[in-house]
Design a protein around this ligand. Sequence first.
Ligand SMILES: C[S@@+](CC[C@H](N)C(=O)[O-])C[C@H]1O[C@@H](n2cnc3c(N)ncnc32)[C@H](O)[C@@H]1O
Length: 298
Amino acid sequence: MMSDRNTITRKQFRHRFLKNEQDVFTHNAWDNVEWNEEQKNQAITQVCEHLQTKMSVEDANDLQNNADQNWEKFYSIHQEKFFKNRCWLFTEFPEITALYERESSNLLEVGCGVGNSVFPILTHYEKNNVHVYCCDFSTNAINILKNNPEYDASKCTAFVCDITSEEWNTPFELESLDIILLVFVLSAVQPNKLNQTINKFYNYLKPGGMILFRDYGRFDMAQLRFKEGRCISDNYYSRGDGTLVYFFSQDDLRKLFVSNGGFHEIQNIVDRRLQVNRGKQLKMYRVWIQCKFQKPLT
Ligand SMILES: C[S@@+](CC[C@H](N)C(=O)[O-])C[C@H]1O[C@@H](n2cnc3c(N)ncnc32)[C@H](O)[C@@H]1O
């Protein structure tokens, strides 16, 4: 497979570039926005300030020990109305479409929530040659997903699973998955449990199987706007509703998946977008990381 490591190709991302600052409010979003030195330094200063006002170890432990309950509350309040369908999946991850060309294959989405990736994928796969598995540790989320009229048990199996647990009770065998999809989920996992979780992904993927990852990147607007008392440790926070979020760097992911995890890196890119609220004249600097890692064939 050709490596597209660290490159952003025209096909993958939209390509509206901001050439003149005075044009900023003429569109809703700009791609590949370069940050100037002042902006970078300001972000570093803000993150250092967060570390000066960390939450207490007791509060942090309590939130981490009850992470599942806070997501249960989240879904009982928001139901299926919070996240938008991930319609960009097929442009960013053509590997999902490529599975459809094979005779039979298995895809697992981990931390699937109420199915904002699963349902677009099920619609994309009209035949029954790809089985879509999906799991989340929130029983509320899985119930909402299974009650969706688009849930088709002949093509999809949803189950409850805490991916940080030692034992996974799965409806599939070891080395049986072609793709594991991770959409804004590893940021919600306690950083010190990531190595063991990634090891599980490795064991369930077929040799040559792929991890497709998209999540929050370092200095994303959501990180910089945290107020004092929300920081747990470096780049790791609790939101007001008690859910946890980590902001990844490219090196973090390389270390987790390649150095520790034994995967090959196929892609590891930062997607910087400037979103604009034209009505309120607001500029929102978003940073996402997108990666593809492959389990070696041998
Ligand atoms: C930000 S949401 C993303 C949901 C979905 N992937 C999407 O893109 O709409 C994070 C999800 O990860 C789930 N999650 C967090 N930690 C988990 C864990 N240890 N095991 C399984 N699911 C987890 C949460 O319940 C939540 O549904």
